[in-house]
Ligand binder design. Structure first.
Ligand SMILES: [Fe+2]
Ligand SMILES: [Fe+2]
Length: 263
C-alpha cells in the first residue's frame, strides 16, 4: 500500500507587530525560521498587529511575502487587536491581493500526494462561561468598548464546517474555543475574555455528524495559557500564541515561536 506523506503545517499567533519596536524583527526572524522548516502551509491565528494600523499591516504583509514568494501558502484569521485601527476590512483585501488567504467561514484546500487538507476558521469571541452574561455585552463592556463581535462568527463557522471535504480538516480561531486546557495559566476570573464554549460544542457536534472530521483546532489570544488542550468530544486543541510557545520547550530544545503539526 502506498504510504501517504504527512502534511507539515506550521502554526503561530499573536505576533503583535507594533506593540514594541522590536516585534517586527522578531516576526521576520520567526518567518525565516518557519520557512527553514520546509512547511507545506503556514497558519497565523491573529493579533498579527497590535494597533491594527496601516504601517503595521504593511510590515506584516512584507514578512508574509517572504513565504508566498517561496511558494509557501499563508492562511490567516484576524485577532481582536487587528481591529483596533478600524481598517481590517481594507487590510483583508490588501492581504488577499498579495495572495494571502484570509479565513472567515470560507475553506482553504491544499493537496499533497493523494490527500487533501482543508481548513476553515473564524475569529471567535469571549463569553462568560456560566452563560449568564451575553458575550458581546460582557466583552464590550469590560475589554473592547468598540468591538463589533457578534454571534455571526458561530454562524460563519457552521457554514465553514459544512463545506469541509478534506481527508484532514482543521479549524482556526483567534479566541479559545471554550476549552480550559489551553487557558491554564491565565487568571480564572478572566477566562470569559478568552473564549466561548459554543465553538468547541459546534466542532464536536460537527464531528459527531460528519464524515469530514476536524482533526485539530488551533487558536491564539490566551498569551498566558497552556499549549495543549482537548474539547469535551476529544478534538485536540493547540494554543499557538507565541507568548505561550516561547515558554514551552519540548525535549530541552530551543523554544520556537511556532508549532509544527505533522498530520
Ligand atoms: Fe494577542
Ligand atoms: Fe487577542
Amino acid at each position: 500500500m502506498e504510504r501517504s506523506i504527512p502534511f507539515r503545517i506550521i502554526v503561530t499567533s499573536d505576533s503583535h507587530i507594533g506593540k514594541k519596536p522590536e516585534r517586527i524583527s522578531v516576526f521576520r526572524r520567526t518567518m525565516i525560521s518557519m520557512l527553514s522548516e520546509k512547511p507545506d502551509l503556514i497558519i497565523h491565528c491573529g493579533d498579527i498587529t497590535h494597533n491594527g494600523t496601516w504601517t503595521e499591516m504593511d510590515e506584516a504583509a512584507n514578512v508574509f511575502n517572504l513565504a508566498t514568494q517561496n511558494g509557501v501558502p499563508i492562511v490567516l484569521g484576524p485577532g481582536n487587536h487587528d481591529h483596533q485601527g478600524y481598517i481590517w476590512s481594507q487590510s483583508r483585501e490588501y492581504f488577499e491581493n498579495k495572495g494571502i488567504i484570509v479565513l472567515d467561514g470560507n475553506v482553504y484546500s491544499l493537496k499533497k500526494g493523494k490527500r487533501v487538507l482543508e481548513i476553515t476558521g473564524v475569529e471567535g469571541y469571549g463569553e462568560s462561561y456560566d452563560q449568564k452574561m451575553p458575550a458581546t455585552h460582557y466583552f464590550d463592556r469590560v475589554s473592547q468598548p468598540n468591538s463589533t463581535i457578534t454571534d455571526d462568527d458561530l454562524e460563519r463557522l457552521t457554514t465553514g464546517l459544512s463545506l469541509l471535504r478534506g481527508d484532514i480538516n482543521l479549524v482556526e480561531l483567534h479566541f479559545n474555543p471554550g476549552v480550559e486546557g489551553t487557558l491554564k495559566g491565565e487568571k480564572e476570573k478572566y477566562y470569559p475574555f478568552f473564549g466561548s464554549r459554543r465553538f468547541a460544542s459546534l466542532v464536536d457536534e460537527h464531528n459527531e455528524n460528519s464524515q469530514y472530521k476536524v482533526g485539530a483546532i488551533v487558536h491564539g489570544h490566551a498569551d498566558h495559557g497552556s499549549h495543549e488542550g482537548v474539547t469535551p468530544g476529544g478534538i485536540p486543541v493547540y494554543n499557538v500564541s507565541m507568548y505561550v510557545l516561547e515558554k514551552y520547550v519540548p525535549h530541552n530544545e530551543a523554544p520556537k515561536l511556532y508549532r509544527i503539526i505533522e498530520i
